[in-house]
Design a protein around this ligand. Sequence first.
Ligand code: ZN
Length: 366
Amino acid sequence: MTTGFFWDERCFWHGGGNYAGMLPVGGLVQPMATGGLPENPETKRRLKNLIAVTGLEHDLVMTGARPADRGDLLRVHPASYLDDFKALSDGTGGELGRRTPFGPGGFEVAAQSAGLALGALRAVLRGEMGNAYALSRPPGHHALPDFPNGFCLLANIAIAIRAVQAEGLAKRVAVLDWDVHHGNGTEAIFYDDANVLTVSLHQDRNYPMDTGAFADRGAGAGQGYNLNIPLPPGTGHDGYLAALDRLALPAIQAFAPDVIIVACGYDAAANDPLGRMLATAETFRQMTQRTMALANDLCGGKLLLVHEGGYSETYVPFCGHAVLEALSGSRVTAPDPFAEIFAARQPDNRFAAFLDQWLQEMEVSL
Ligand code: ZN
């Protein structure tokens, strides 16, 4: 089995805006000494660097892909949005949505990011690779067709899905989103579509605060093909695996897709600044293993992970390394330097009983 790792240096060059964390600089908000928005290149670049240092990259097919072209983008985004984005990008850069600024050339970087997801999906569906990982940046799962938000400018995964459907490479696609934030963009794009199942595990009412409810199950022909699994703050290793096993994976099993795509964010990790969860590198490893086992059962192992959020510069590389070890079956390891401390912080049995009840309420309503 070969595992493709799709990346492009230009994706590390995206940036823009004068922010301090999530706050625009000004008034009493002091500018940061380095960086600005939490979504900066370091988390992703350091993952790429870690797999080089450990040697895991030698067990992967390190490759790239061409940017998504206008035809690819138009299957998801209206021409008016693409024109506005390109015009601003050709100038000084700017902001077209909510806290999703970009610099000069931001359009080309975003198209490259979508292109990595698309190239990786094509490679998996054509059988050129057993599975793949796309180090896409900027991320995509919040992007609405005409409204960028949550650091997402183009809907990377949706663009990839619409392209391979148009090319006849796949019809039924399941998207499993374990980023700590709700995959509102992916949900909206496929909300009335019975051929794309969207499943999102996320912290309840983190971001966006007004989407991601369990009751939102799709509409029209897509009724029943969207599954939101909101989880309470503090959900840790056992809780994530329970939600995956009891709700997310059975839904995908019942759907029987041609391929599974994971919107792979790492912001459910225990020290992420934008999440309040307690997942660890081991959690991400085991979620990957379980999803691979399901993909083996359902669709010849066809599985693509597309990088989304994750804002701990120190921890994202170790979480990503664990995912890539699982995906490739490599024996190259990067021992988790936080394993002991995060194990000690896992929720106790009282929380487990509360979460069991929480999950049960969703199970009985399905
Ligand atoms: Zn996120």
